[in-house]
Design a protein around this ligand. Structure first.
Ligand code: CP
Length: 361
């Protein structure tokens, strides 16, 4: 599968497009080629990836099934370029690549690359594209993965790029695993449609919240609540997108009041790595935005408590054993949805369908 070429648009024109308008450059034949923004996914694609992830995890249960998966992309190589810290995203991508047989290389510390000699990140990534068939990257720079997709499309090696977290704006694969977790959690209670989802914590700088809020707009009648202290409230650009799609949302600072209404509560930590002055967000009183053991009695019986992790004190560890706490399931689901995403990126997902049809009861 080859990418749509960005040949008829300059980078300056492309950069100014709204995220939804960029999607036409990222998807090919209704599959993600580049995975860069949450806005490129519609309901059909989300349902497809979730179904595929479930098929893959069932196939992987047997040794013969795992051998089938292991040979699918054994002729391909992938670079994991993470210039920001990560545990889950890095390791789940690493494991996902191993499941599909991809050979993995990594740069996690730019002090070990020629960036230390003054090479630009753009030239660094172009170098990776000379050796690898897929680039998965996490960067502090908003829009950098998109920029590289545009630049590489004008070279002889326009390899696919997956955004594993960019600046404060996007974390599309986290949102995919969150949707997969919600879908599995609500399988017996009518799916995601009609549910009330409450976002709590650092909504101003949390890229997971921004991407998930966007993906939830693909479902009918989902109500979104943004609950936090004023300085950490959700950005107007997210609300503008919800207004444009006629999505019902509420912005407030009363966490206790909203707990009984929630079908899903999505807690997040303070993202103080983005502080302009080190330690400045430490002065914000966030004590009211933590989920404690006593809150469990207020939570609906079929609700779920989520967190992209890492956590600090937003969720008490005493809550972990409650069946409604699904954040460790999110961690595991992240690996399977990333296997599905990579298989789709390389267009081998139909082979998985065939295998499942023949071998799964
Ligand atoms: N959720 C998430 O992105 O975790 P990591 O930063 O550990 O990858």
């Amino acid at each position: 599968m080859r990418a749509n070429q960005f040949t008829d648009i300059t980078y300056e024109e492309f950069r100014e497009l709204p995220p939804k308008a960029k999607a036409g450059f990222f998807n090919v034949a209704h599959r993600p080629y580049h995975t860069l923004v949450a806005q490129q996914f519609d309901r059909t694609m989300l349902d497809r990836l979730s179904l595929l992830a479930t098929q893959i995890r069932r196939i992987a249960k047997s040794k013969t099934g795992m051998h089938f998966l292991n040979q699918m992309l054994e002729h391909r190589r992938v670079m994991l370029y993470f210039s920001q810290p990560s545990s889950r995203t890095f390791l789940s991508f690493y494991a996902a690549c191993q499941i599909l047989g991809l050979k993995v290389a990594e740069v996690r510390d730019t002090s070990t690359s020629s960036e230390m000699k003054g090479e630009s990140p753009e030239d660094t990534v172009r170098t990776f594209s000379s050796y690898f068939d897929l680039l998965i990257m996490r960067t502090p720079q908003q829009g950098f993965a998109e920029k590289m997709a545009w630049i590489l499309s004008h070279t002889e090696r326009p390899v696919p790029i997956i955004n594993a977290g960019s600046g404060k704006d996007q974390h599309p694969t986290q949102a995919l695993l969150d949707i997969y977790t919600l879908q599995r959690s609500f399988e017996k209670t009518g799916g995601i449609d009609g549910k009330t989802v409450v976002f709590v914590g650092d909504l101003a700088r949390g890229r997971t919240v921004r991407s998930l809020s966007c993906l939830l707009t693909n479902y009918n009648n989902v109500v979104q609540h943004f609950v936090t202290a004023e300085p950490l409230q959700i950005g107007q650009d997210v609300l503008d997108e919800l207004n444009a799609k006629d999505v019902t949302y509420h912005v407030s600072n009363d966490f206790e009041a909203i707990i009984p209404e929630a079908d899903a509560i999505y807690m997040t930590r303070i993202q103080d790595e983005w502080d302009q002055i080190p330690g400045e967000s430490g002065t914000i009183d966030i004590s009211a935005y933590a989920f404690r053991k006593e809150h469990l009695t207020k939570l609906k019986i079929n609700a779920v408590l989520m967190h992209p992790l890492p956590r600090r004190k937003e969720i008490a560890t005493e809550v972990d054993s409650d069946p409604r706490a699904v954040y460790w399931r999110q961690v595991r689901n992240g690996m399977w949805i990333r296997v599905a995403l990579i298989a789709s990126t390389f267009g081998v997902d139909t082979q998985i369908d065939e295998y499942a049809k023949l071998n799964l009861a």
